[in-house]
Design a protein around this ligand. Structure first.
Ligand SMILES: [Zn+2]
Length: 511
């Protein structure tokens, strides 16, 4: 076994839990093994930028836990049985499960493009019906649920009795008395308490349904996550995550069902919630159009730009969406890959003086960069250990990038800096593994930008190349006026020319 896999996990990770309302040290139930469940998507449409925030938040949690040496079982479900799916299926005259499957496939595609690591398991409601029926049965047996009087012979709804669970409200802070006070007009008289919620819904004509002890029907929304999480992870596990909007009623109800069904608490030790993505007043830019679907944005910018936009806000806070932020991310990544290009150049030079010898130059640029590289890994991981503080972690990345680019401007120093290539590459590799940003080569980045920018302006590489060749021809013929005119044309298209000893190279500006 390699040293990597036998390495004991680092124990300094602290997570803010919405349940305890404080930073909690991560102490897995099974030492060295973290079990995590995250509420996935209801698949009846394409994934949008709000969904992507939750997906990326927990992708980074997953990646950081792995980086810290934990074994991680990460379960994220697909809700493929739901009112919205059924309504859309009726609209489309399509089978609801087929519609849902279509969007699960689209989601998988989008999330792969976003660079998300695939969870350990992705259960679906339609494939978890026996587990759901078993849990509902247990809740009735234990006196926490009841079948309401049938609306139709042999078909009953089953409700969870919120008054049967003393701890109801412990996650959201809501009290049963308040739920009663906030009673809606359309209250269902068959419920014993207005806060009672459906575990099983009797089949309605034309709806997808399964046989159960309460007649044909389908699960209510909340029960699925209790059943699927416990089937995959056991009756108690370490982390439960989801968007902040799920705290009530979804997660409150999950706790009630799970702890009443098993008779022991806690169902999940730590509850993590990511903040909302808010649409500010600023309009999206014309070049992007008014887009909200992930796939449309990924056609316009590389996935890393979107990841950086999300991760530059703390996951628990709100994130105001704006196309300016997306442009800022593009500019920041362009600087990062400029730094990488310099480092790749140093790597290609082979061995050179050791960092200590470089320090003898005593220039500020050298000592700053060497210092940053020496402490980068420790500081980066410490930021991530502090409740996944990606904002602090990314600030360190920007610092490093600035320092490399400043160093890179000094051609004399650059000739001697070979030994900085390895630590810099290892720093970028770690950032790539944990945040999914900065892990590629500079060539990959500039190509991704080129493809998208050319598509946006409706030009091909060959067309750009022929303008460049024409400019070279004009220069060779000493037709300076024409050469200048062509340079301006290229500049107007967003083409950056780099005249060098090996000829003229070019790339596209990020905006
Ligand atoms: Zn859920």
């Amino acid at each position: 076994m390699s040293a990597e896999t036998t390495k004991a996990p680092h124990g300094g990770l602290r997570i803010y839990s919405s349940l305890s309302r404080e930073l909690t040290p991560l102490v897995p139930l099974t030492p060295g093994h973290v079990r995590m469940y995250v509420c996935g998507m209801t698949t009846y449409d394409y994934c949008h930028i709000g969904h992507a925030r939750a997906m990326i938040t927990f992708d980074v949690v997953y990646r950081h836990l792995l980086e810290r040496g934990y074994a991680v079982t990460y379960v994220r479900n697909h809700t493929d049985v739901d009112d919205k799916i059924i309504a859309r299926a009726i609209e489309n005259d399509e089978d609801p499960l087929a519609l849902s499957q279509r969007f699960i496939e689209a989601l998988d595609e989008d999330l792969a493009r976003l660079g998300l690591r695939v969870p350990t398991a992705q259960p679906k409601v339609s494939e978890s019906i026996p587990e759901i029926i078993e849990l509902v049965g247990k809740l009735i047996e234990r006196g926490h649920a009841y079948a309401a009087p049938a609306r139709e012979e042999g078909l009953s709804d089953v409700y969870f009795a919120v008054e049967s669970f003393e701890a109801y409200g412990k996650l959201s802070g809501k009290r049963l008395a308040d739920l009663r006070a906030g009673e809606r007009v359309d209250v269902d008289s068959r419920k014993r308490h207005p806060g009672d919620f459906a575990l099983w819904k009797a089949a309605k004509p034309g709806e997808v349904s399964w046989e159960s002890p309460w007649g044909a029907g389908r699960p209510g929304w909340h029960i699925e996550c209790s059943a699927m999480s416990m089937a995959a992870l056991g009756e108690g596990f370490d982390i439960h995550g989801g968007g902040i909007d799920l705290i009530f009623p979804h997660h409150e109800n999950e706790i009630a069902q799970s702890e009443c069904g098993t008779g022991h608490a806690p169902y999940a030790k730590v509850w993590m919630h990511n903040g909302h993505l808010t649409m500010g007043e600023a309009k999206m830019s014309k070049s992007l159009g008014n887009i909200v679907r992930i796939r449309d944005i990924l056609d316009a910018v590389p996935a890393e730009a979107l990841r950086l936009l999300y991760l530059e806000a703390h996951y628990r806070g709100p994130l105001p969406w704006s196309s300016d932020r997306l442009t800022d991310s593009m500019v920041a990544l362009d600087r990062l890959y400029h730094a990488k290009e310099l480092i790749e150049g140093l790597e290609a030079l082979g061995n050179g003086p050791a960092p200590g010898d470089l320090l003898r130059d005593q220039t500020e640029a050298v000592s700053e960069l060497i210092g940053l590289l020496q402490h980068f890994e420790g500081r980066f991981l410490a930021a991530m250990d502090d409740d996944f503080n990606t904002v602090a972690a990314i600030t360190l990345v920007h610092e490093l990038v600035r320092s490399i680019n400043r160093y890179g401007n000094n051609k004399k120093l650059l000739k001697k800096a070979h030994s900085l290539a390895a630590p810099a590459q290892s720093a970028f590799a770690m950032v790539g593994r944990v945040l999914g940003i900065g892990g590629g080569t500079s060539e990959q980045w500039f190509r991704e930008v080129r493809v998208r920018r050319l598509a946006a302006i409706g030009k091909t590489e060959a067309e750009i190349q022929s303008l460049i060749d024409e400019r070279l021809g004009a220069r060779a013929a000493k037709d300076w006026a024409r050469a200048d005119e062509l340079r301006l044309t290229l500049d107007g298209l967003g083409v950056v020319l780099m005249d060098g000893p090996e000829g003229t190279r070019w790339r596209m500006r990020v905006e």
